[in-house]
Structure formats: structure tokens, C-alpha cells
Design a protein around this ligand. Structure first.
Ligand code: AMP
Length: 398
């Protein structure tokens, strides 16, 4: 069965068509600037050339119509007609406490996702628009919602409660939820396969280091803690997000800079992280690595702070699990940058981590990168959230 995986943002839409039986990618692409002047679709059939077409898309229904035309078109098509698409898997950012697993989409499920909109006001409404558009254009095709938060729903209370009046949890469900769950789940399962150990008997720490970044602790097959919180703003220093800060900074800055809370929150989300720390130089870790190698002070302070924060979380999760068998690196930076892995692992001497420099210099492959005698293993595992969504979707509709 072919599964269409849809990841809908407010003005963008990423898609992949995956053959569930072989797990091979059939085609992928991206619609950008939906509802804005200059919208475009890029489309790449597996093994073929990427084609980008600038074409108006007034809304997500237009975008999905174009995606389906590309997939079935005479010249570009990879399937004969829409009947060859057996199901659609939708990435949904926030499932609140309601969704601890993926689920087949029904009217009730849509209502329950809508109830979570408050918790992810930028993301969930966009995800719902994607579902609505697909239902219009592919009536009768089963659809599945796969939540970024679901994997973390196994966290115990002591990990997900904040130290604020309990009534705020009761009234508004303010708590840690965590994100990137599909990636943390995929990478931790893959780690168990690579280590040839039972997933339910391992203590794993997964560092998902991309433009957004989070760490999770997975003990005996269950997530027991993760660094992102009610929203993706908490935790590590990220591309443009601040991660953990003293909440009192917000009022302090409002007063000093004569700005509103939402202006400061916008800065914490979009102008902070490594972009902010480097004095506005770049949110792209490649640029920062280059500048670091050249000895630029702004890059050194930024990358030092980034690596230190990751190492601090790893230490916290070793304590939370009373040990760790393996630390896994994934996502854009984690998969590709030997530089950052080395910098973080330099803090892990107490775990008996001994990196193999040659293995650590490789990138983008499933690999144990520590020496044979390393007491704790370190792995790099390219994440594949789309494949994970396709698997979940297939499991529910087959
Ligand atoms: P993601 O959000 O997972 O797509 O990751 C994006 C981030 O990964 C960007 O900041 C990139 O600079 C970073 N990245 C991708 N490739 C590399 C690389 N070869 N070395 C360092 N950083 C990389």
C-alpha cells in the first residue's frame, strides 16, 4: 500500500509518498508560500530530477490538489490514479493528554485535535487545514493522525509537572508534553536494533539536534523525560529558540525595552538560540562551525553554550534513569556534525565514553561511533519521521 505523508505548516506543506511494503520513497516535495504571492511547488520522483513550479495556491486545498496532480500526472506521475494511494498519514504537532498514540481520523478525532489548538496555536490549526483539504479531495481514503507529543505521554508525573500552582494543571493542562516524539521513537527503536538488544531493557538518551532540538530519556521502552515542554520553546538552545531561561527575564525585558509579552516571546522563538547568541550571525550550524574553526569569538561562545546545554541534559537524564546504555545523535546537526558530537561527548568521560575519531567523522548513516571498549555507546542515527508516520499509518489501516 502506498501511503501519502503530509506535514502541513501555516504556509507550507511537505509531502512524501512511501510504499509501505518496501518502505521505499516513491516521490517527495514541498509547497511553499501557500496563500502568499509567489507560491511554488517542488516535486521529486524517486531517482528523478527535482522540478520547481511557481504557481498560485490560494489555500491548502489548492496545494494538495497540485500535489495529487504531480503524483498522478502524465509526465511526472508515479501512480496511475488516486486509488493507488491507500492512506494518508498527517503529522499533528499537539495531541495534548488526549492522544498517547496515533489514531485513525474521524469527526470526533478532528474535534479532539481542535480542542488542543490552544496548546499549539500556530501549528495545530495548520495541521487541521491539511486534514480538511485531503478529506475534500480524497473522500473515502483512510487518514491517520500521528502526534509529535504522543511518544512522550508515558512520562511520569514528576517529570511532566511544573512547579506552579497545581490548579493550572487541572484547569488548563499546563504541563510538559514534549515534541519531536516521532523522531525520538524512531531513533530509540532503531538504536535497539543496531545494538541487538531488547528495546524494553535499554536505557537510552536521544539527542535530536536540528534547527529545533530536544533530548529525551527512554527507559525500558518508554519515554520518561524530555526537554521540550508545554511548547517547543523549552529545553536546549536551538537555531532561533532560546530554550530554558529564567521566566522573570520576560517581565524584565518588557520593562527595559518597552515591549509587550508577545513581542518578547516572538524574540525568544525567532531571534534567540544560536542566532541570537552569535549576535545575529546565523541560525545555521554549518555557518557557525565554519566561524568557530576560524576562531571567531561569537561562534566559540555560541557553540560552547549549545554543547554545554546538551551535555547538561544528558547528565540530568543519566540521573533520572540511574544510568544509560547508549546516547544517540540525530537530526540535521546530530546526524551530520562530528564537530558537535565530539564537543558534547567531551563532557561524557564519567560515562566511560570513548569516541572513535574515524567513525565520528562519518555522517548520515546508522553507526556506533564509540570504540569497542567504550563503557557507554554513542550512536548516530539519521531520523526518518516520514517513514515513521507511514509505518504508524499502515499499521492502523492495513
Ligand atoms: P533539521 O532541522 O533537522 O533539518 O536540521 C537543520 C540544521 O542542521 C541546520 O542548522 C543545519 O545547519 C544543520 N546541519 C545540516 N547539515 C549539517 C552539517 N553537515 N554540519 C553541521 N550542521 C548541519
Amino acid at each position: 500500500m502506498n501511503i501519502l505523508v503530509i506535514n502541513c505548516g501555516s504556509s507550507s506543506l511537505k509531502f512524501q509518498l512511501i510504499d509501505a511494503a518496501t518502505e521505499k520513497l516513491i516521490a517527495k516535495g514541498l509547497c511553499e508560500r501557500i496563500g502568499i504571492d509567489g507560491s511554488q511547488i517542488s516535486y521529486t520522483p524517486a531517482g528523478g530530477q527535482k522540478e520547481t513550479t511557481v504557481t498560485p495556491m490560494k489555500d491548502h486545498t489548492d496545494a494538495i490538489r497540485l500535489v495529487l496532480e504531480a503524483l498522478t500526472g502524465e509526465k511526472t506521475g508515479v501512480v496511475k490514479d488516486l486509488k493507488e494511494i491507500g492512506a494518508v498519514g498527517h503529522r499533528i504537532v499537539h495531541g495534548g493528554e488526549r492522544f498517547a498514540a496515533s489514531t485513525v481520523i474521524t469527526d470526533e478525532v478532528i474535534e479532539a485535535i481542535t480542542e488542543c489548538n490552544d496548546l499549539a496555536p500556530l501549528h495545530n490549526p495548520a495541521n487541521l487545514i491539511g486534514i480538511d483539504a485531503c478529506r475534500k479531495l480524497m473522500p473515502g481514503t483512510p487518514m491517520v493522525a500521528v502526534f509529535d507529543t504522543a511518544f512522550h505521554q508515558t512520562m511520569p508525573k514528576e517529570a511532566y509537572l511544573y512547579g506552579i500552582p497545581y490548579e493550572y494543571y487541572e484547569k488548563y493542562k499546563i504541563r510538559r508534553y514534549g515534541f519531536h516524539g516521532t523522531s525520538h521513537s524512531y531513533v530509540s527503536h532503531r538504536a535497539a536494533e543496531i545494538l541487538q538488544k531488547d528495546y524494553k531493557e535499554l536505557k537510552l538518551i536521544v539527542c535530536h539536534l536540528g534547527n529545533g532540538a530536544s533530548v529525551s530519556a527512554v527507559k525500558n521502552g518508554k519515554c520518561v523525560d524530555t526537554s521540550m515542554g508545554l511548547t517547543p520553546l523549552e529545553g536546549l538552545i536551538m537555531g532561533t529558540r532560546s530554550g530554558d531561561i529564567d521566566p522573570a527575564i520576560i517581565e524584565f525585558l518588557c520593562n527595559k525595552e518597552n515591549k509587550s509579552v508577545s513581542e518578547i516571546l516572538n524574540e525568544l522563538n525567532k531571534k534567540s538560540g544560536v542566532l541570537g547568541l552569535s549576535g545575529g550571525f546565523s541560525s545555521d550550524f554549518r555557518d557557525l562551525e565554519d566561524a568557530y574553526e576560524k576562531g571567531e569569538e561569537f561562534a566559540i561562545r555560541t557553540m560552547d553554550a549549545f554543547a554545554y546545554r546538551v551535555a547538561k541534559y544528558v547528565g540530568a537524564y543519566v540521573a533520572a534513569m540511574n544510568g544509560v546504555d547508549a546516547v544517540c545523535f540525530t537530526a540535521g546537526l546530530g546526524e551530520n556534525s562530528g564537530f558537535i558530537r565530539k564537543k558534547i561527548c567531551a563532557y561524557l568521560g564519567y560515562l566511560g565514553v570513548s569516541l572513535d575519531p574515524e567513525l565520528n567523522a562519518r555522517r548520515g548513516e546508522d553507526l556506533v561511533i564509540t570504540t569497542k571498549d567504550s563503557r557507554t555507546k554513542v550512536l548516530m542515527i539519521p531520523t526518518n519521521e516520514e517513514l515513521a508516520i507511514a509505518r504508524e499509518t499502515f499499521a492502523l489501516v492495513k
